[in-house]
Design a protein around this ligand. Structure first.
Ligand code: COA
Ligand code: AMP
Length: 631
């Protein structure tokens, strides 16, 4: 089938197109209304349909005779554990945990936070919630208790499901103690904390709200999946925005299931029964869509990998996993490939493995530089596909749809719009620009199924953040351009969001923490180029004149404060003291200018700048501290 014809149909006849795709699922009640408006006058999909994600990911496959197929392969080089989990076993674990949640009083519409490392129980927890209509919110383990507390107060979970510990490269992360600290900080206290004890020999403090996960599962009955309305939220996933407060993206149920089934087949090109691996974390959208729900919906074996591309134990880990578990398509962030390439530039380790099973390597989460793409292409000898999407979309928006037919790969471009996404590049006035002209990347409404349905508890921010900038369009927050063939090149965020090792972070949030230090008069935090992680945050601070501390102490305290408030994942390791910051005459700090100077990007000095001589001062500071191109 030709891409253009297939794509055009999704744009010209969206209801017909997506109705056909929805019929690939088994519905408890088949939807008759395909596209309608919700109470906020926003598009929703399959309003009167009913289904269950947990049923579709597990029970359906057992019913069709695939109970003995591996649903999940858990491969954990950090603990030396490998576990093959069949659909039958998955059913046992999930339906009993769902029974346990029900016995604790959790009901459809309640919320439940999952704060877990990359272990099977994290997936069981998600699927158990989905089984009974409990809305889960998975929080990435690299976030500190303070961030967890913000999310507890926003979604007010009845329970938190966690584990005793996580395991990072050569260190144990105290998950349960972090949950305790977060509960102490939060105003809203969950009733229960269900703790999976990993028995790693680390003492875990007990609290009155603790419930032992294993005991709960053993004591609980198996629960059948209940019928859930298509528009019922399956989960809330928090992501960074342009303010200090994260946004709770709401995902529906029926649209999401339709989109993921579609994506597995037409974007990733995998058939039922094959093995798919997304090397991400369940705390990110990639983990939700392509470790948990997508592959399981499509009856793929999903790899759950608890490790890193390097140092667990070395740069050959990815290739071992692909070859050992017969992975057909793999997904990771470019930063992971850069890390491997740094350790094994000639790909010697890769040659030790038979990678003939691998047909496609997908990359996303951040801009993919051409050198990384070329290296992966040369070493893996398969199509390496950069594709673009966001937490908000829940599944790819721009990609080479290999299941429809592989198109030409143009390095630097995420390729062509995916079915359902009418991608348009607009200028400041909201007019579509000519090819090769950079502008704002938007999607003409309606968005296809599976994309965000609102922001939890904040429909005003949903409207103002995404829909009002360009009426009739969804605004992605990214800049980019199309070439004459319609290929889209994403050039980066146009707001204060940065991307560190594929992790989306808010510099506004970091700035709030830095500026709250008692010695700081004013500050700017922005992302600068990093060879390994793509971007990293840099803080510039102007100190109060009367401060009693020395600069080193202040810098260390600020770095620790960001780590404590946001978490280690922020990778906030550089703060420089400067005499002043460049500003406009009206007092606005010129962060973009600061970033462009560091990255030696072409920049225009705004005519509104207060004092142009400051630019040379900043250049000297960067040079002295080996920032950006001076590294
Ligand atoms: N739980 C607790 N802490 C975590 C964590 C988790 N799940 N994930 C990361 N961290 C911590 C790390 O231990 C590290 O802490 P440190 O400052 O004490 O060393 C910090 O957060 C930064 O971690 P990370 O971003 O992983 O950097 P790194 O230097 O340890 O490793 C890479 C570099 C490139 C190997 C790593 O960033 C990587 O694997 N990147 C790929 C990321 C990815 O797959 N993203 C996909 C999103 S789609
Ligand atoms: P997240 O919501 O965490 O998935 O981050 C989404 C953001 O990551 C996007 O808005 C982009 O800025 C960036 N991003 C994701 N994939 C790509 C890609 N393939 N190319 C460029 N930027 C990307």
């Amino acid at each position: 089938m030709y891409y253009q014809e297939f794509y055009r149909k999704s744009i010209d006849q969206p209801t017909q197109f997506w109705q056909e795709q929805a019929m690939q699922l088994e519905w408890f009640k088949v939807p008759k209304t395909i596209l309608s408006k919700d109470k906020y006058d926003y598009d929703q999909w399959f309003e009167d349909g009913q289904l269950n994600l947990s049923y579709l990911c597990i029970d359906k496959h057992i019913k069709e005779g695939f109970g003995d197929q591996n649903a999940i392969i858990y491969d954990s080089p950090v603990t030396n554990v490998k576990q093959h989990i069949t659909f039958n076993q998955l059913h046992h674990e999930v339906s009993k945990l769902a029974g346990g949640l029900q016995s604790l009083g959790l009901q459809k519409g309640d919320t439940c936070i999952i704060y877990m490392p990359m272990i099977p129980q994290a997936l069981y927890a998600m699927l158990a919630c989905a089984r009974i209509g409990v809305i889960h919110s998975v929080v990435f383990g690299g976030f500190a208790p303070h961030e967890l507390a913000i999310r507890i107060d926003d979604c007010k979970p009845k329970a938190i499901i966690t584990a005793s510990n996580g395991v990072e490269i050569q260190k144990i992360i105290p998950y349960k103690p972090f949950v305790d600290q977060a509960i102490t900080k939060a105003k809203n206290k969950p009733e229960h904390v269900i703790v999976f004890d990993r028995a790693l020999g680390v003492e875990i403090p007990k609290k009155s709200y603790d419930i032992d996960y294993t005991t709960l599962v053993e004591a609980s009955p198996s629960i059948a999946a209940v019928a859930i309305e298509s528009t019922h939220p399956s989960y809330i996933l928090y992501t960074s925005g342009t303010t200090g407060t994260p946004k709770g993206i709401i995902r529906d149920t029926g649209g999401y299931a339709t989109a993921l089934k579609f994506a597995m087949k037409y974007i990733y090109g995998v058939n039922e029964g094959e093995t798919f691996w997304a090397a991400s974390d369940v705390g990110w959208v990639v983990g939700h869509s392509f470790i948990a729900y997508g592959p399981l919906l499509n009856r793929n074996t999903s790899i759950l990998f608890e490790g890193k591309p390097i140092k667990t134990p070395d740069a050959s880990t990815f290739w071992r996993v692909i070859s050992e578990h017969n992975v057909k398509a793999m997904f990771t962030a470019p930063t992971a490939i850069r890390a491997i390439r740094k350790e094994d530039p000639n790909g010697h380790m890769l040659k030790r493995f038979d990678l003939s099973c691998l047909k496609y390597q997908f990359l996303a989460g951040e801009r993919c530089d051409v050198a990384t793409l070329k290296w992966a292409e040369e070493k893996l000898n398969v199509p390496v596909i950069d594709h673009w999407w966001q937490t908000e979309s829940g599944w790819p928006m721009i990609s080479n749809m290999v299941g429809v037919g592989l198109q030409e790969i143009k390095p630097g471009s995420a390729s062509l719009p995916v079915s359902g996404y009418d991608i348009q590049i607009l200028n400041e006035e909201g007019e579509e620009v000519q090819s090769s002209v950079e502008g704002y990347v938007t999607v003409k409404l309606p968005l296809p199924p599976g994309t965000l349905s609102n922001l939890w508890g904040n429909p005003e921010r949903f409207k103002s953040g995404y829909l009002e900038r360009f009426p009739g369009y969804y605004f992605s927050g990214d800049g980019g351009y199309k070439d004459e063939d319609g290929y889209v090149f994403i050039t980066g965020r146009v707001d204060d969001v940065i991307n560190v090792a594929g992790h989306r972070l808010s510099t506004a949030e970091m700035e709030e923490i830095v500026s709250s230090h008692k010695s700081v008069a004013e500050c700017a935090v922005f992302g600068v180029h990093c060879e390994l992680k793509g971007q990293k945050p840099l803080g510039l601070v102007v100190l109060k004149t009367e401060t009693a501390l020395d600069n080193d102490a202040i810098q260390n305290q600020i770095i620790q404060a960001v780590r404590q408030e946001i978490g280690a994942v922020a990778s906030f390791r550089e703060v420089l003291v400067v005499n002043r910051l460049p500003k406009t005459r009206s007092g606005k700090i010129l962060r973009k200018l600061l970033r462009n100077i560091a990255d030696e990007q072409q920049y225009n000095i705004p005519s509104t700048i207060d004092d142009v001589t400051i630019i040379d001062e900043i250049k000297i500071v960067y040079k002295t501290h080996s920032i950006g191109i001076h590294k």
